[in-house]
Design a protein around this ligand. Structure first.
Ligand code: SAM
Length: 284
């Protein structure tokens, strides 16, 4: 039985190097009935380069809500549609989530044509742990909100991946050093797959200085990767810290430590010392 409903293809495109366009991406973009592109003018040279003559329509964050319905109707009517963004993998910090959600809710077929993604390319070359990681997108543009945002991630143990613009790369790295400490390992991947590709890595204090001192290192596109917070051997377990903090907000330190000791099985003195040194506790 032939499937009369269309398929939505999510097609990754290069993040700078046209050689990274996959054969399957070209083939898919040629055969579909319509290409929904984040910016049709931006994608025109890419499509021309690969002799892709398929009709395009714009699909960006400002018209996504109204376009979703139209595109789903066309898929239902049997047209195949490919979604591309300006660069890399659609939906990764780019529009498309609502369209995929709506297509899936409708039982339509959604197919990935995978390829370049700046976050993953940067992670693979960073030299930072790759077993667990968190992609956090762009930090807020304003300093105060950005510091708070970094602060909220201060206890993250996994490698964190951020995107950052050239206008804010220095400020953002400075804020990271202020929040996470200058010793924390960082990698800054710039202009990946392009002529001036560089990857700087080392402790935050050193990398901030290198980027601040060299205007060339402030140009282009950036992915910033931060090593997760490491646990010291003598560190208090997270669960004990939570228990202590709750008890200490209501009780004097000695009593809080005694109760926490019964709950966690850890030594009362160790818990008491931690409380006193951390400055947590009730003000009474
Ligand atoms: N969907 C894209 C992807 O799969 O990577 C990301 C889109 S996001 C709007 C654009 C940001 O990705 C840039 O501002 C930059 O932070 C990062 N980026 C894109 N291309 C890059 C490259 N060649 N080198 C480093 N970072 C890049």
């Amino acid at each position: 039985m032939s499937n009369e409903r269309g398929t939505l293809y999510l097609v990754a495109t290069p993040i700078g190097n046209l050689g990274d366009m996959s054969a399957r991406a070209i083939e898919t973009l040629k055969k579909v009935d319509l290409i929904a592109a984040e910016d049709t003018r931006h994608s025109a040279p890419l499509l021309r380069h690969f002799s892709i003559a398929t009709t395009t329509t714009s699909f960006h964050e400002h018209n996504e809500a109204e376009k979703v319905g139209q595109l789903v109707d066309r898929l239902r009517a049997g047209e195949d549609i490919a979604l591309i963004s300006d660069a890399g993998t659609p939906l990764v910090n780019d529009p498309g989530y609502r369209l995929v959600r709506a297509a899936r809710d409708d039982g339509l077929r959604v197919v990935a044509v995978p390829g370049p993604c700046a976050a993953i390319a940067a992670l693979s070359v960073s030299g930072l742990p790759t077993d667990e990681f968190v992609f956090a997108g762009f930090p807020p543009p304003r300093r105060e909100a950005r510091r708070r945002w970094f602060q909220e991630r201060a206890n993250e143990r996994r490698t964190q991946i951020f995107y950052e613009s050239p206008h804010r790369i220095v400020e953002s790295l400075e804020d990271m050093a202020a929040v996470y400490g200058g010793d924390r390992a960082v990698a800054v991947a710039r202009e990946l797959t392009k002529r001036y590709e560089t990857v700087l890595d080392g402790p935050l204090v050193a990398v901030v200085e290198r980027v601040r001192d060299d205007p060339n290192q402030q140009k282009g596109e950036f992915v910033v990767l931060l090593r997760g917070r490491e646990k010291r051997e003598d560190e208090m377990p997270d669960e004990a810290v939570r228990t202590l903090e709750i008890l200490a907000s209501e009780l004097p330190p000695r009593q809080a430590a005694a109760l926490a000791s019964q709950i966690t099985g850890l030594a009362k003195n160790r818990l008491y010392r931690w409380l006193v040194n951390s400055g947590s506790g009730s003000s009474s």
